[in-house]
Design a protein around this ligand. Structure first.
Ligand code: PEP
Length: 253
């Protein structure tokens, strides 16, 4: 059985003090109430990482960044490399979030480079894919997701793929209050798992965690997570409130 993963994406929220306080609150909660069936991850802004790693040490909450550079080091002003992220104590990095693809024009080639570098640095990658509203309406959503995976991920060696978690995030559902129906999520997750099976074989496909993201909240999480190919969620807005985030983790049976 695949373990479920619930990962919070804090996006660009909370200053350092607020972020560390919130990390402490979650650490305390999940130490006292260990999530039996799900791994909990928080993906914070870069500035929180080192402090949050100290707060979360030896606890039940894993830590990740939300982006990384495509180069290991050097003259890249303002960038933060996977190696630097790893040195904070973080274990994960989100790559290919739709906000990076849209606002920062990150394309499949760049995301592929970032992914390979992050994995070779020893980080686990939460690789995001998903179609925009027009693509869903034009019925090209499968074509788009296939391209994102083929170009972004499928250059990896089978061993490298074990460091990947895929997050299917229909862009029309992110931060909009619209959610994919559990059936729409299952249909796409199964499609993704079938693609992995074709390329890497059954065992890799069966092992791959595929998370759903897009306006996931306490009221809809349990139903979405109950689908056979949905292995948890990548949570934005609802990851910023302890009660909501805890309820979503508890929905990951
Ligand atoms: C996200 O940012 O990855 C996300 C899923 O956001 P939200 O839950 O707010 O839709």
């Amino acid at each position: 059985m695949r373990k479920k993963i619930v990962a919070g994406n804090w996006k660009m929220n909370m200053d350092l003090n607020e972020g560390l306080k919130f990390a402490e609150t979650l650490h305390k909660h999940f130490t006292e109430n260990p999530p039996a069936k799900a791994e909990v991850v928080i993906c914070t802004p870069y500035i929180h990482l080192a402090g949050a790693a100290a707060v979360l040490k030896k606890g039940k909450v894993s830590l990740g960044a939300q982006n990384c550079a495509s180069e290991a080091s050097g003259a890249f002003t303002g960038e933060v490399s996977p190696w630097m992220i790893k040195s904070t104590g973080a274990q994960y990095v989100i790559i290919g979030h739709s906000e990076r693809r849209t606002y920062y024009k990150e394309d499949d080639r760049l995301l592929n480079k970032k992914t390979a570098l992050a994995i070779n640095t020893g980080l686990k990658v939460i690789f995001c894919c998903g179609e925009v509203k027009e693509e869903r309406e034009n019925n090209t959503h499968f074509v788009v997701v296939r391209r994102q995976l083929e170009e972004g991920l499928f250059t990896l060696q089978p061993g490298e793929l074990d460091s990947v978690v895929i997050a299917y995030e229909p862009v029309w559902a992110i931060g909009t209050g619209l959610t994919a129906s559990p059936e729409q999520a299952q249909e796409m997750h199964k499609f993704i798992r079938d693609l992995i099976r074709e390329k890497y074989g059954k065992e890799s496909a069966d092992r791959m965690p595929i998370l759903y993201g897009g306006s996931c909240k306490p009221s809809n999480a349990a139903e979405i997570f109950s689908k056979p190919d949905v292995d948890g969620g990548l949570i934005g807005g609802a990851a910023l409130k302890k009660e909501d985030f805890v309820a979503i983790v508890e929905a990951a049976l």
